[in-house]
Design a protein around this ligand. Structure first.
Ligand SMILES: [Zn+2]
Ligand SMILES: [Zn+2]
Length: 139
């Protein structure tokens, strides 16, 4: 069976759908590039956020209500948060332990294994340890 020629209107609809798909694809790809390159690393660290929270959860739904919350690590009561999407970790704990305030995970999305001793924490959380990952040797 020979296909009939498409009308201009049909072609316009096809091109319109193709354009939306292509734009969505480009949007997603550029988002992935931003995440993969950690393009806003300074801002992310300033916000004490891990990459998944900073790049993916920025616009998570939140109710407009001032909300009480306690830090999940030190359990200290915190100042009221401006919406219901409260942080998990207080700024003090986040800084001390290198955690994301948003989800309570490692701010550099590094698995810390099961070592819970003082030495392990110190190695993983000090700024020096982060800049020179273990295993690297001086030349
Ligand atoms: Zn805390
Ligand atoms: Zn996070």
């Amino acid at each position: 069976m020979k296909a009939r020629a498409l009308t201009i209107a049909e072609l316009e609809r096809i091109n319109y759908a193709t354009g939306i798909g292509a734009r969505n694809l480009l949007d997603q790809l550029s988002k992935l590039a931003i995440i993969a390159s950690d393009a806003h690393v300074e801002k992310r660290r300033e916000a004490q956020n891990c990459a998944p929270c900073f790049y993916l959860s920025r616009y998570r739904l939140a109710g407009q209500a001032f909300t009480h919350w306690n830090c999940q690590l030190c359990e200290a009561p915190q100042p009221m948060h401006h919406n219901t999407a409260v942080p998990r970790i207080c700024a003090g704990c986040a800084t001390t332990y290198g955690l994301c305030v948003c989800c309570g995970g490692d701010i550099e999305t590094e698995n810390r294994g099961r070592r819970t001793g003082r030495k392990a924490r110190k190695q993983k959380c000090s700024p020096e340890a982060r800049q020179a990952p273990s295993g690297e040797t001086e030349p």
